[in-house]
Design a protein around this ligand. Sequence first.
Ligand SMILES: *[C@@H]1O[C@H](CO)[C@@H](O)[C@H](O)[C@H]1NC(C)=O
Length: 315
Amino acid sequence: MEFTEVLNQSQVSEFILLGFSNSQDTQFLLFALFLVIYVATIVGNLFIVITVTCTPNLHTPMYFLLANLSFVDMTLASFATPKMIANLVKNHKTISFAGCFTQIFLLHLLGVVEMILLVSMAYDRYVAICKPLHYTVIMNKKVCVFLVLISWFLGFLHSGLQIPFAVNLPFCGPNVMDSIFCDLPLLSRLACVDTYSVRIVIVANSGVISLSCFFVLLVSYSRIFTTIRRHSSAGHSKARSTLAAHITVVILFFGPCIIIYIWPSGNHSVDKFLSVFYTVITPILNPLIYSLRNKEMKIAMRKLWRAFVKPRSDT
Ligand SMILES: *[C@@H]1O[C@H](CO)[C@@H](O)[C@H](O)[C@H]1NC(C)=O
């Protein structure tokens, strides 16, 4: 029996994602909690994209990048979370072979796009604060389009390089993953061959990308920070608190990524908890931190709201 299973290597046709399978009561509570967060994430980010698109005086590099980040946040929140939420109230927590690889592809694509966009936004703020006289020359529309295109290009490149390793793994029996979505570290452990070299590729690829983006972000934020400290005035205390908020997001997003890929804890409940950070928490934090603390954005949102709501209430 086991011998034929090993021979028939394409035998596994689906995987089981355990997700948060605690007691019935906790599952229902988590279902409600994640559903509310998910809906708020989509509404918040959609509102940002619409506001930036419909407000001509927000057509600047900073807001274009912000709207792009919101778009990526919506997709990052949607590639696996709805299925994870549905699985909380379902008995059969399965995902098809193709579904699993789609999740891996999207996770790595969107993860890298998000990282490069965060770096681009930090670079934009760095130029605005540290080289204000050259801002309009350095950050023009062309550079902004280039940064967006390069983030998607690197995302596809990174994801496209990972997938062949995963698809070629032979699966011949074990198919249970104690996780909320499919990803390479856990998937490679289910394969019935030695996956040491595959794991090295995973670490080299995802780990190095997250670490180097994190490093670039830390350097640009500390340069911004020292520049602000030198010109301490009233306006700069607000800039300082905004900066602290940005750094929080960066740490919450990159910390878990770096831990999962470079120092996997081996404890699945810890990894599960960490993966919630970059698929559930960061996508909702970005609109809160980058936009709702921003005066220009709030004014534009209010105007847009009035333009849509007032005409109807007047009649
Ligand atoms: C993303 O950025 C590009 C380049 O600046 C811009 O043209 C586009 O409108 C942005 N996308 C969204 C969804 O705002």
